[in-house]
Ligand binder design. Sequence first.
Ligand SMILES: Cc1ncc(COP(=O)(O)O)c(C=O)c1O
Length: 355
Amino acid sequence: MTRTLATIDRTAFAHNLARVRELAPGRAVYAAVKADGYGHGAVTVAQALTDADGFAVSSLDEALQLRWAGIDRPIVMLSQRLDATVCEQAGEHGLEIVLFHDHQLDALEHYIGPSVRVWIKLDTGMHRLGFACARADEIQQRVDALERVVLAGWLTHLACADDPAAALTRRQLGEFEAATEGRAGARSIANSAGVLAWPQAHADMVRPGIMLYGSSPLLDRDATACDLRPAMHLSAPLIARQTIAAGEAIGYGATWQTPEDMPVGVIGIGYGDGYPRHAPAGTPVLINGVRVPLIGRVSMDMITVDLRAAPDAAVGDRATLWGPGLPADEIAQAAGTISYELFCRLTPRVRFEIV
Ligand SMILES: Cc1ncc(COP(=O)(O)O)c(C=O)c1O
């Protein structure tokens, strides 16, 4: 029997993309499929998102993976360092480039291949990538002077869009508006949180990622409230169960003690599959539709659960670690991380099944 299984629901992507279209009507949508489609399989996701206008990846390698799989829609590389080879590959494969640093302009000045489309990224307050807004004129002039380069538009990234009350977001929107006003090209600001919480950030093109996978990026609204469907169902079988006497300790470090004689289940998933080792006792696991709490430490291949709420659970029954009925956001919160990381951290031991 399959141990850990990630079941990827193609219809969830279509539903979640339709939500983006509802929230940001008329905007172009570039779906973020970097980091192997947030751990879901970039090619699977891109093929399922038949209605996306384009895709956003991090690097040339990620873009080429999609091209080699026959994805012929626009692909933008968000954080790719440029040199002569990368410029040539971008030209040859029709890849769009985000410009965020002078070294990229230097590389493009020597480029002589087919024309490439570029987006100029402005740093409006995130202070990670992008040109200072005060340099917008100068950068545009340098781009306009490049014969083989076509300006697609202007882009910025929000640092705190997950917080609907963030003053920084208002400041970033103002800076971007002022720096790009009257300039040629499309504008793009919004990630998922921007799509969901900041209509004034929708501009011409949106770049949602996590919401397409069915998680909520917002501090104040969960995925159900956002009408998003989980695209991944992570499951594993119950591989053992036994009754442990009161006062005994469970697992490594003997960190959890049984308050009474009780059934304890062992599920065949651990940090060796990407289940977070820091998930504390009490983190929910779904078995036969019932939530049961994790007890003891997460091991490499197994976790232990308190089966008192699911006394009939039998060896071979499959448990849901996250997915329908148990949002990945909830597990992430318990483990002190975000669902993005849970998805990206699944290991090759997990079998993927596309439905
Ligand atoms: C520049 C940029 N745009 C869009 C996204 C998508 O963000 P999210 O997954 O929060 O929607 C990311 C992801 O980190 C990003 O770096």
